[in-house]
Design a protein around this ligand. Sequence first.
Ligand SMILES: [Cu+2]
Length: 290
Amino acid sequence: MKTIAISSIFVFFAIVAGLVALTPAAFADHSEVTIVPAAGSGAPGCEETADGCYIPSTATVDVGGKVIFSNTDTAAHTFTAGTAAEGPSGEFDTSLVIAGSSYEWTAATVGEFPYYCMVHPWMEGLIVVQEVGAEEQDDDMMDDTMDDDHAGDASASGMLSDGTEVEIHTSAVAADERMEISVDFNESEHVNYDIMVTQNGEEVLNDIGAHSHDGKGVHETAALTSADPVDITITFQGYGIEDPKTGPIGEVVVFANIVPEFGTIAMMILAVAIISIVAVTAKSKVIPKF
Ligand SMILES: [Cu+2]
């Protein structure tokens, strides 16, 4: 059947593309980050720009690291944990920081912390607090000198049909340990996706409706019951903040058999092509009316 032949070719190329993309990347130090308001963000409009109202609009810092809110703008702003829609979450609040002043916050726990300006509610940003050295795993693999902290880290990448690379990094798979997974939709903004992780068929993480301003997200599983491999399924749910969202919505990237040994992923399967083609085929079937 023609559809099956086309699917096979697609899958073949998808796998080749995926394997080629398994190249290690270098990452920066995240012990300190400085966030500034965009110039003129006291008036609406910055939320429509690519940079956003806080720069960087998503800031990554190691746990124990320092976040410096530096008000380089001419208006007074707050950097308040929470969202304009739901109010303060209590994680941190600079209260009003006048022009030229700054405020420091030490990131004590791993997680994602949205924040906003209480005076100018269109201003929103995100702080991602990660495990120290969470992104240094690739360097270790290259040197082949895995220390205990990083032993078993894994990374792999796949691709959506629009060419967006989807990259994941994970901590080791170990009994009684939570596994941390960072997801990176390369050079993408406002990405919506679902992520599910299973171990021996049992669900250990199921985040529906994750949203990432800068295409990067961090997730943590429940404590694992064993060191058996896990499967990670990411379902792309579109780009954008408001509906309708764009992009190849519904595409699925499966990272199968994430194993603890050797710090790399042994096998990776991309289901993207199969799923999108099945969907198209089903839609184009026309049933004649009598
Ligand atoms: Cu403000």
